[in-house]
Design a protein around this ligand. Structure first.
Ligand code: 6OG
Length: 165
């Protein structure tokens, strides 16, 4: 079976990272970068850019691919292949939660918020993030494989810092 291609984008400033709280669907209730399925006919990079815009409201023309993560769930033959990108610039306005956007955000899939790099809400994120987030924060590239049992427990994993993907 072919891997399912997904993207994950982490917009960052020197001391902060933009995350979104997923309000419905896969990973509901978790903070994560922005991303989703790559559509037929688009490249992985185009998919990353599109999902970032749809979910956060910003455009990035400087996405850099920094990670490749493969996820398997016990009992499910489908492998999720998540291409992780970062960007330290963006254009447009983040759909952040303030009074004027509250009604709109009620219907949005993600609620964006900046987090200081020493206050990343790892306990409210996918369990793999605590392994690779430190690599991302220090500017390293990484490749990993994680076997999940259910959505919270990792039963096996391998993770390496790499020079290039
Ligand atoms: P949609 O199904 O909503 O895209 N994603 C994961 N991210 C992390 N950090 N860990 C995981 O461990 C993940 N599995 C999937 C990829 C799902 C979004 O969630 C990411 C996509 O950005 C299992 O279209």
């Amino acid at each position: 079976m072919l891997n399912k291609l997904l993207t994950l984008v982490l917009v960052r400033e020197p001391s902060r990272v933009l995350l979104g709280l997923k309000k419905k669907g896969f990973g509901e209730g978790k903070w994560n970068g922005f991303g989703g399925k790559v559509e037929p006919g688009e490249t992985i990079l185009e998919g990353a850019k599109r999902e970032l815009l749809e979910e956060s409201g910003v455009v990035s023309n400087s996405l850099e691919e920094i990670g490749l993560l493969k996820f398997e769930f016990v009992g499910d033959p489908q492998i999720l292949e998540v291409h992780v990108f970062t960007s330290n610039t963006f254009e447009g306005e983040i759909k952040e939660s303030d009074g004027s956007t509250r009604i709109f955000l009620h219907f949005a899939e993600m609620r964006p918020q900046w987090f200081y790099t020493d206050k990343i809400p790892l306990h409210q994120m996918w369990a793999d993030d605590k392994y690779w987030f430190p690599m991302f924060l220090k500017g390293s590239k990484f490749k990993g494989y994680f076997l999940f049992e259910g959505h919270e427990k990792i039963v096996k994993y391998q993770l390496d810092e790499v020079e290039k993907l």
